[in-house]
Design a binder for this molecule. Structure first.
Ligand SMILES: *Cc1c(COP(=O)(O)O)cnc(C)c1O
Length: 448
């Protein structure tokens, strides 16, 4: 019943709509889904995909959509990047799994070597590989507790760290991530995040504000880890004011707590550098990565100071699939492609093209409260006209209009009033320009 495109032909890098979005075949599948897929799983835009490449998603009705979401910052290197496809094919043919904890293989080591080389800091590092971002964050906390002998973990307002029990506790937003899923893991403490558009504080002031809370409520000597996204993802692409992250890092150094940078969304060239911590020369003790690391294959990692990582007893870390050989092969090909094609530079070019357009939107309407982000991680925050009150309904209408026009955009934010742009870093500039024009028209149409 579905339209199958010729799989031998490359995916044309153009937007083409043959039906309304979602089309009839997608709507049929969506009906079938309701009888078989758990209702708790959402889909932002229920068009069912058959192929994807570069910046284009092709659906079952033969429509080609512009991808400005990268499967939530995953396909940074492009969907089915040729280098990744080749590496995965080869690895699948060689062997699919042994379990690194049973009989190891070299590619796991090579991924850890790359992580040591690419992550901030020249200190001696060790890594351990997992399957998902949440699993990496959980393990970073395990390692920090073991290494420090302390229990308390500090997280920030608007934070997102995953959906397992411990990472739900670290995540700030109740609906949909936490509502009804408690009780949550104990010993997690939340402090204010620097949010320059709304708190009016400099970075050092905001850091002082957050840190004095920790000092008063916990005492510096009970904190195992401070977990922070250098630019927040799901929470609204909130970029702290300059000086905030260095202030937090300094406090961690002085108090013996480990600074855990959750770079799961910001990592792998997304913000115009390999990692967002680099923009302020922050060197985290532990860093969690996932999403963009392996071009769409599930892989995650914790990388950190050798002393902290190796504090854990042998056999204390692991998992059946962690560092699966196919995922490792994909990661090595992804990293190589990022280097060769200078995708950090590509992210900077995307910012140069898109940011002025978003700024202009802010200037000509009174519903844009803030334009922010870095590299190819950019966002617009929407408010009720002329106020600072979040407007999630308007945001949803604008996103829906983009979807109807065949442009995949995602929303985010504690109040659901932010449209975030996460295009694949390899997206062609003509295609990107067209996607932004659709977004501009949608904003102009809904905001006067
Ligand atoms: C997506 C995300 C996670 C969770 O990763 P999963 O692979 O979905 O478990 C954690 N932290 C940040 C910053 C993320 O963006």
């Amino acid at each position: 019943m579905t339209t199958t495109a010729d799989p031998t032909r490359p995916v044309e890098q153009a937007r083409r709509l043959h039906t309304e979005i979602p089309g009839p075949h997608s709507r049929d599948l969506q009906q079938r889904r309701a009888a078989t897929v758990a209702g708790g799983v959402g889909s932002v835009l229920p068009v069912y995909v058959t192929r994807a490449s570069g910046g284009v998603l092709v659906d079952v009705d033969g429509n080609s959509l512009i991808d400005l979401g990268s499967g939530i910052a995953v396909t940074n290197v492009g969907n089915s990047a040729p280098e990744v496809v080749d590496a995965v094919r080869q690895q699948v043919a060689d062997f699919t799994h042994t379990c690194f904890m049973t009989t190891p293989y070299e590619n796991y080591l090579r991924v850890c070597e790359e992580l040591a080389e690419l992550t901030p800091g020249t200190h001696d590092k060790r890594s351990v590989l997992f399957n998902s971002g949440a699993e990496a964050v959980e393990n970073a906390v395990k390692i920090a507790r073991h290494a420090t002998g302390r229990h308390a973990v500090v997280a920030f307002e608007h934070a997102y760290h995953g959906r397992t029990n411990l990472t739900m506790a670290l995540t700030a937003k109740a609906m949909p991530y936490k509502h009804g899923f408690g009780p949550f893991a104990p010993e997690v403490y939340r402090v204010p995040m620097s949010y320059p558009a709304r708190d009016g504080l400099t970075g050092p002031q905001a850091a002082h504000h957050a840190l004095s809370r920790i000092d008063k409520q916990l005492g510096a000597d009970s904190v195992a880890a401070v977990v922070i996204e250098p630019i927040q993802g799901e929470g609204g692409f909130i970029e702290p004011a300059p000086g905030f992250l260095p202030g937090i890092a300094e406090w961690c150094r002085d108090s013996g707590a480990l600074l855990v940078a959750d770079e799961i969304q910001t990592g792998f060239c997304r913000t115009g550098a390999w990692f967002a911590s680099e923009h302020e020369n922050v060197v985290p003790d532990l860093i969690t990565t996932a999403k963009g690391i392996a071009g769409g294959m599930p892989l995650a990692a914790v990388t950190g100071r050798a002393e902290a990582m190796d504090a854990v007893h042998g056999g204390g870390l692991g998992g059946t699939y962690g560092g699966n050989p196919v995922a490792c092969a994909a990661a090595l090909a992804t990293i190589e492609a990022m280097r060769e094609r200078d995708l950090a530079g590509a992210a900077q070019e995307i910012e140069a093209l898109v940011r002025p357009r978003l700024r202009a939107l802010a200037d000509r309407t009174d519903v844009v409260f803030d334009v922010r982000g870095r590299g190819a991680m950019l966002a617009i925050e929407f408010v009720r006209p002329g106020s600072s009150d979040p407007d999630p309904e308007l945001t949803a209408r604008i996103a829906r209009r983009c979807h109807e026009q065949g442009v995949v955009v995602l929303t985010c934010g504690t109040h659901g009033n932010v449209i975030r742009l996460l295009p694949p870093l390899v997206i062609g500039h003509t295609l990107l320009d067209e996607g932004i024009r659709v977004l501009e028209a949608a904003v102009d149409e809904h905001a006067r």
